[in-house]
Design a binder for this molecule. Structure first.
Ligand code: UD1
Length: 364
C-alpha cells in the first residue's frame, strides 16, 4: 500500500484534511502530522473531536513565534519526522507557515508534495500567506485546485498543466457533511446567548486589521454602528484578543466570545443575517450557505466567491462599512452553485494520489 504523510497545522487546516483522510481510508496508509502551530483546545483539539479526525500520529509542538522562528521550527522537526518515517508523498493544505515549511523539507529530501487548495493568489505580497502559496505551489508535484481561476493563475506562472488537477473545494466537503449537526448545535448556542434571532457575525484576525489596536477598534466600532439594531457576534481569535486586552468601551451591541468550535461557528453563520470578516475560508462557506458576506480586505485570493457567491470586497476603510451593510441587508439570499464544490473534492484528491503513487511504485 502507498504511504502518505498528511500535514495539519492551524485552525483552517483541520476542516481541509478531514475529507482527504476519510477518502484515503483503506486505500493508503497515512501518517497525520500536526505541527502544533495552533495548540489551544479551541483552536485545535475541538476540531479533531467534532470532525472525527483521527488523533495526530505525531505532534511537532512548534507553537507560536516570529515567521522565521515558526517556519524554521517546523522545518527542523519535520525533517527528523520524514527521515525517521519514510513516506511516498507529503500532503499539505492551505497557506499557513507550516504548509510552506513542510513542503520545503519534503522537496529537499526528494519526497513529492501534493498541495490541496493550490493556485489561490491575492496578488498581495504583504500577506504572509501569499508567499506561502506561491512557493508551496512552485515545489509541488500535484496541484489540487478549488476553482478554474486557480488553474489560470498557475498556468500564468508557467506551471505545466499536467501538474494541475481541478478537484473542487475540500472545505466545502466538510461544510456539507456537517451542516445539519452544526445547525442543531447553533440552536443551543443561540438559546444560551439569550434567544438570538437576528444577528450579524464578525471575525477579524489579519495582522493588517488587528495588530494595531487603533485600526482594530475603528473597524469594530464601524461594524457595530452600521447595524445598531443587530447583536454583532464576535468570536475573537487569540491574535485579536491580545490587542483588545484591557479595552472596556466596546460598542454595546458587540458580543465578543472566545473562539468557537467548528460546529458552533458554522451553525451560527448559517443563521446570520450577514457576516463581516477578513478570513479566507469564511468567504467560501458563506457563499455556499447563501449568507451575504462583506470582506474587510482590499483583495481576495478567492475571487470566485465574489463572481458566483455572496461575497463582496469592501476594503479596510471604516467609512465603507455602513453603506455596504445597508446594501447587504436588502440583498436576497441565494446559495451559490460553484462547479465541483459538491462535497466530493476529497475523494477526487485521493483518487489521483492513490492512482499516481501506485503507478510509480509499479503496482496496479
Ligand atoms: C495563522 C495563519 C493564517 C490563518 C490563521 C487562522 C500564518 C502566517 N498565518 O495566523 O494564515 O488565517 O492562522 O487562524 O501561518 N495563538 C494562541 N493559541 C493558538 C494559536 C495562536 O493563543 O492555538 C496566538 C499566539 O499568541 C500567536 C498568535 O495567536 O502568537 C498568532 O498565531 P499564529 O499561528 O502565528 O498566526 P495566526 O494569526 O493564527
Amino acid at each position: 500500500m502507498v504511504h502518505l504523510t498528511v500535514v495539519a497545522a492551524a485552525r483552517p487546516n483541520f476542516m481541509k484534511v478531514a475529507p482527504v483522510l476519510r477518502a484515503l481510508e483503506g486505500r493508503a496508509e497515512t501518517t497525520l502530522v500536526h505541527t502544533g502551530q495552533h495548540y489551544d483546545d479551541q483552536m485545535s483539539n475541538v476540531f479533531f473531536a467534532e470532525l472525527g479526525i483521527p488523533l495526530p500520529d505525531v505532534n511537532l509542538g512548534v507553537g507560536s513565534g516570529s515567521h522565521a522562528e515558526q517556519t524554521a521550527a517546523v522545518m527542523v522537526a519535520f525533517e527528523k519526522q520524514l527521515l525517521g518515517s519514510p513516506t511516498d508523498a507529503v500532503v499539505v493544505v492551505g497557506d499557513v507557515n507550516s504548509t510552506l515549511a513542510a513542503s520545503l523539507v519534503a522537496t529537499k529530501l526528494g519526497i513529492r508534495v501534493a498541495h490541496v487548495e493550490a493556485g489561490l493568489r491575492s496578488g498581495d505580497w504583504t500577506m504572509p500567506e501569499e508567499a506561502n502559496r506561491v512557493l508551496t505551489d512552485r515545489m509541488s508535484t500535484w496541484l489540487f485546485t478549488p476553482s478554474a481561476d486557480a488553474d489560470a493563475n498557475l498556468l500564468a506562472e508557467g506551471i505545466a498543466s499536467d501538474r494541475i488537477r481541478l478537484v473542487g473545494n475540500v472545505m466545502i466537503d466538510t461544510l456539507l457533511t456537517n451542516l445539519d449537526r452544526a445547525r442543531a448545535r447553533a440552536d443551543v448556542l443561540r438559546a444560551q446567548l439569550g434567544g438570538l434571532e437576528r444577528f450579524a457575525v464578525l471575525t477579524l484576525h489579519r495582522p493588517a486589521n488587528v495588530d494595531e489596536p487603533e485600526t482594530l477598534l475603528r473597524l469594530i466600532d464601524a461594524v457595530a454602528r452600521a447595524a445598531p439594531d443587530l447583536p454583532v457576534i464576535f468570536p475573537v481569535h487569540p491574535r485579536t484578543s491580545a490587542r483588545l486586552e484591557g479595552c472596556t468601551d466596546l460598542p454595546s451591541n458587540l458580543r465578543p466570545l472566545p473562539p468557537l468550535s467548528y460546529l458552533d461557528f458554522v451553525g451560527l453563520v448559517a443563521g446570520a443575517e450577514l457576516v463581516l470578516t477578513d478570513s479566507g475560508g469564511i468567504q467560501e462557506e458563506t457563499s455556499v450557505l447563501g449568507v451575504p458576506c462583506l470582506t474587510i480586505r482590499d483583495n481576495t485570493e478567492r475571487p470566485i466567491t465574489c463572481e458566483l457567491g455572496t461575497n463582496r470586497l469592501i476594503g479596510t476603510d471604516p467609512a465603507a462599512i455602513a453603506p455596504a451593510v445597508a446594501e447587504a441587508r436588502t440583498t436576497s439570499r441565494t446559495p451559490a452553485s460553484i462547479p465541483l464544490w459538491d462535497g466530493h473534492a476529497g475523494e477526487r484528491v485521493a483518487d489521483v494520489l492513490v492512482h499516481d503513487l501506485q503507478q510509480s511504485k509499479g503496482r496496479p
